[in-house]
Design a protein around this ligand. Structure first.
Ligand SMILES: Cc1cc2nc3c(=O)[nH]c(=O)nc-3n(C[C@H](O)[C@H](O)[C@H](O)COP(=O)(O)OP(=O)(O)OC[C@H]3O[C@@H](n4cnc5c(N)ncnc54)[C@H](O)[C@@H]3O)c2cc1C
Length: 561
C-alpha cells in the first residue's frame, strides 16, 4: 500500500458511519485531504432521535443536528458536500462520479482511499398505494419533516404502523403520545421479532394497555385508496384497518448498488463483504454501517446488524485505517439492542433461544423475575431477565430483558461478558456495584447465572418455560392467595413451607416439576424433593409469571388477578 500521508480520503454518506470515519481520519492524519459527500441535505443528524422529535418529546429540530458542515470544516478541515450523490466508482482510475443534485452537474473526484457509509433503505413493498402521500417510511430528516408536517396539518385520527420492530414500536409510542389511535400489523405472531415470544408478550401487554390495536400474524396485503390517499390498510386475513396515516417499518435493505456496480463482493446476507479493517474486496475501498456484513460475535458467521453502535465503531476504525493504514480490528457484533415501549424497556444481546434453535445451536435458558434494586428500597421496578447459554460449555450465548428501570444495565453487563467469552460461572462471580438505590447484593445478573449454574451442575435442572408439562407431577409451591389468582392445570398445590410435612402426598418415582411465581421458591422446593428421594425434579424457570406469557391459553385465572 502507498504510504502517502497527504492522501485524499473520500467518504460517501455523512451520517453515523461516514461522520465517524471522517473525523477519526482527521484526528489520525492532519495532512490528508478529506472529502465527505452526502446526497441528502443534512450530515451527522441523529437518526435514532427522529421518532422522538415527531412525537414532540424532543422539542427542537436543531437538537437532532449533531454536527453541522461548518463544524466539519472549521474544526476538522473536512470538505462537506451535501446534496451531492456519488453515482459511480471507477476503481482502476480511483475516481468517483459525483452528481450535484441542485445543478445536475456531474464531476469526477479522485481518491486514494474511499469509504462507503451509504446506509440502508427502508423496504417499501411494490403495492399500489404505497406511494400515497400519507404512507411514510422513516429514515432521515426529510422523512421526519414530512411526517411531522402531515400530523400538524391533517391532524390524523387513526394510524397504522406496519411492522412491529424497533422503529415501528418507537413510532407507535410517539403516535399514541400525540393522541392518535394506532394499530400495529406484524407478520410474525409477536411484536419485536428478534425477542423470544414470552418476552415480547410482555411488550404486547404494554401496547394493549395503551390502547394499541395489535394484528399479529397478519400482513399488509394492500391499501384502500381514495383520491390518491390511503384510507385503509388491507390485511392478508381479509380485513381492512381504517387509516389516515400509515408508517411502514418492515425493515431495511443495505444500499449496495454503488458497490455492486463497482464489482465489489457482497456476502451471504447480501451486504457488502468486508474484512476486520472494514476493507472491501478492494483494499483501497472501505465500507461500514448498515450496508455491510459484520462478523457475529456468537455465531461467528456474517451478519447484517443495522444499528448505530456498530456503524459508529466501524466508521471510526475505517477512518483510522484509511488515514494511516493501521487500526485495531473491528470486534464482532452481538446485535445488542434496546427499545422503550411506554413504561417498558425491552433489550437483547446475542442469540435468542428462537435463533439458537433455528441455526441448530444447543441452548438452555434461565429466567429470573427480579426488582431492579433491593426489594426493601422504595421504587424497585420489576424486570424479567432471560440468560441463554450453551449446555456443554456454559458459555453465555445471549440475554433478553423486559421490564422497567435497570434492564439496560443488565443487558450491557451480559453483552460485555459475551464479548469476552464468559461462561455462566463467570457471570455468577462478577463483582458488580451495589447499594440499595441501585441494585441488589445478588444482582438479577447473578440470580440468572446462579440458576444457570445450578441447572448445568444438575443441582436443580431447569424446566424450559414453554415445555409441555403433561405426564409430569406438577408441584405448585406458591401460597393459597397466589394460586387463587392464577393456576396451572393439573398442579398439586403444596406451599413450600409445608412441603417437608406433606411429602407423602407426592409420588417420588414420577418426573416432577416444581412451580412458583418466579422460580425461586420452586428451586428451594426442588432441592427439598431431591434430598428426599425424588430423582427427577426440575424447576419451571421464570415460574408462573413467565409461563403466563409463554402459554397464556393454559393459565386458569381466578378472582382478583
Ligand atoms: C428512525 C430510526 C431510529 C433508529 N434508532 C436506532 C436506535 O435507537 N439504536 C440504534 O442502534 N440504531 C438505530 N437506528 C439505526 C441507525 O440509525 C443506523 O444503523 C445507522 O444510522 C447506520 O449508519 P450508516 O452510516 O450505515 O447509515 P446512515 O446513518 O443512514 O447514513 C447513510 C447516509 O448515506 C447517504 N448516502 C447513501 N448513498 C449515497 C450516495 N451514493 N452518495 C452520497 N450519499 C449517500 C444517505 O443519504 C445517508 O444519509 C435507527 C434508525 C432510524 C431510521
Amino acid at each position: 500500500m502507498k504510504n502517502d500521508s497527504g492522501r485524499t480520503i473520500v467518504i460517501v454518506g455523512g451520517v453515523a458511519g461516514g461522520a465517524s470515519a471522517a473525523t477519526r481520519a482527521r484526528r489520525c492524519n492532519e495532512d490528508a485531504r478529506i472529502i465527505m459527500y452526502e446526497k441528502d441535505s443534512y450530515v451527522s443528524f441523529a437518526n435514532c432521535g427522529l421518532p422522538y422529535y415527531i412525537g414532540g418529546e424532543i422539542e427542537e429540530r436543531d437538537d437532532l443536528l449533531v454536527a453541522r458542515p461548518e463544524l466539519f470544516r472549521n474544526r476538522f478541515n473536512i470538505e462537506v458536500h451535501t446534496l451531492c450523490e456519488v453515482t459511480a466508482i471507477d476503481r482502476a482510475a480511483q475516481t468517483v462520479s459525483v452528481q450535484n443534485r441542485q445543478t445536475g452537474v456531474t464531476t469526477l473526484q479522485s481518491y486514494d482511499r474511499l469509504i462507503l457509509a451509504v446506509g440502508a433503505s427502508p423496504i417499501v413493498p411494490p403495492i399500489s398505494g404505497a406511494d400515497a402521500p400519507n404512507v411514510f417510511t422513516l429514515r432521515n430528516l426529510e422523512d421526519t419533516d414530512r411526517i411531522k408536517q402531515f400530523v400538524k396539518e391533517k391532524k390524523p385520527q387513526r394510524a397504522v404502523v406496519v411492522g412491529a420492530g424497533f422503529i415501528g414500536l418507537e413510532m407507535v409510542e410517539q403516535l399514541r403520545r400525540g393522541g392518535i389511535q394506532t394499530a400495529v400489523v406484524e407478520l410474525m405472531e409477536q411484536v419485536l421479532p428478534p425477542l423470544d415470544a414470552e418476552m415480547a408478550h410482555q411488550i404486547q401487554q404494554a401496547l394493549e394497555q395503551h390502547d394499541v390495536e395489535l394484528h399479529l400474524g397478519d400482513g399488509l396485503a394492500g391499501f384502500r385508496v381514495a383520491d390518491a390517499m390511503a384510507t385503509g390498510v388491507k390485511l392478508n386475513s381479509g380485513g381492512v384497518l381504517d387509516a389516515d396515516l400509515v408508517i411502514l417499518g418492515i425493515g431495511v435493505r443495505p444500499n449496495t448498488k454503488l458497490a455492486e456496480q463497482a464489482g465489489l463482493e457482497l456476502g451471504p446476507m447480501r451486504g457488502i463483504r468486508v474484512n476486520e479493517h472494514m476493507q472491501t474486496s478492494d483494499p483501497y475501498i472501505y465500507a461500514v454501517g448498515d450496508a455491510v456484513e459484520y462478523q457475529h460475535g456468537v455465531l461467528g458467521t456474517p451478519a447484517r446488524v443495522p444499528l448505530a453502535g456498530p456503524a459508529n465503531r466501524a466508521g471510526r476504525l475505517a477512518g483510522q485505517h484509511a488515514a494511516t493504514d493501521e487500526a485495531p480490528p473491528m470486534a464482532p457484533v452481538l446485535g445488542t439492542a434496546i427499545v422503550r415501549v411506554f413504561e417498558k424497556t425491552a433489550a437483547m444481546t446475542g442469540l435468542s433461544v428462537k435463533l439458537a434453535r433455528k441455526v441448530g445451536r444447543e441452548a438452555r435458558a434461565a429466567v429470573v423475575v427480579a426488582k431492579h434494586h433491593a426489594g426493601y428500597f422504595p421504587g424497585g421496578e420489576a424486570m424479567t431477565l432471560k440468560l441463554i447459554y450453551e449446555p456443554t460449555t456454559g458459555k453465555v450465548l445471549g440475554a433478553q430483558g423486559v421490564g422497567g428501570a435497570g434492564v439496560d444495565k443488565r443487558i450491557d453487563v451480559i453483552a460485555t461478558a459475551i464479548h469476552f467469552g464468559a461462561t455462566v460461572g463467570d457471570l455468577a462471580g462478577l463483582d458488580l456495584a451495589y447499594a440499595p438505590p441501585y441494585g441488589s447484593a445478588k444482582d438479577p445478573v447473578h440470580m440468572a447465572a446462579f440458576a444457570a449454574c445450578n441447572d448445568l451442575a444438575g443441582l436443580t435442572p431447569l424446566c424450559p418455560l414453554d415445555k409441555d408439562l403433561s405426564g409430569r407431577q406438577i408441584v405448585d409451591v406458591r401460597t393459597d392467595a397466589e394460586v387463587s389468582k392464577m393456576r396451572l392445570p393439573n398442579a398439586k398445590h403444596i406451599p413450600v413451607d409445608q412441603l417437608r410435612e406433606r411429602l407423602e402426598e407426592l409420588d417420588a418415582s414420577r418426573p416432577t416439576v416444581t412451580v412458583c411465581h418466579s422460580g425461586l421458591r420452586a428451586h428451594v422446593a426442588a432441592r427439598i424433593l431431591r434430598q428426599h428421594g425424588f430423582d427427577d425434579v426440575a424447576d419451571l424457570t421464570g415460574g408462573m409469571f413467565v409461563r403466563q406469557h409463554a402459554k397464556p391459553a393454559e393459565i386458569i385465572r381466578g378472582e382478583g388477578d
